[in-house]
Design a protein around this ligand. Structure first.
Ligand SMILES: [Zn+2]
Ligand SMILES: [Zn+2]
Length: 157
């Protein structure tokens, strides 16, 4: 999978810049502001061309809560969606990719699509078609990684 920065041939200068240039975060922001991203948004039949389905409800309900530590607050850790700094002791949602979001920012997003708007880490969905598609697609998408790993591993006997 090529990242935004590969395609655009530039390095992110700082995290804030990176947040602002992220199209998914833009969408997540619109959603948080009550805009419906469904209207006119990608109607192609191919999953490659549209947003994956919503994250599984059970997974979303079980996303761990994380309490912001004084260290994190000191570092000025921000919610990538609304770009507000987290307050010390504030309780936020932690994605499996370890990214932290306000519940009010990430929950509407996960009700639309299953990926972390920051790094595109995908949560499981309740959509059997999409899960099948992911299974089919996985080997192709990770082929570079697999080749690299295979080269370093002693052959299994
Ligand atoms: Zn937020
Ligand atoms: Zn993430």
């Amino acid at each position: 999978m090529t990242s935004y920065f590969d395609e655009h041939d530039c390095e992110p200068t700082n995290p804030e810049e990176q947040y602002r240039q992220n199209a998914l975060l833009e969408l997540a922001r619109s959603l948080m502001q009550g805009l419906d991203i469904d209207s006119g948004w990608m109607d192609a039949s191919d999953w490659d061309q549209r947003l994956p389905p919503p994250a599984s409800k059970t997974v979303v309900q079980n996303l761990p809560l994380h309490r912001i530590t004084p260290q994190q607050a000191d570092k000025g850790l921000k919610c990538p969606v609304c770009l507000l700094e987290f307050e010390e002791e504030e309780t936020v949602r932690e994605m499996p990719c370890k990214h932290l979001f306000h519940s009010s920012c990430i929950l509407p997003w996960l009700g639309k699509t299953n990926s972390c708007p920051l790094c595109r880490f995908e949560l499981p969905t309740d959509n059997p078609d999409y899960e099948e598609f992911k299974k089919d697609k996985q080997p192709k998408r990770d082929i570079g990684l697999l080749l690299a790993t295979d080269a370093q591993l002693p052959s299994r006997t």
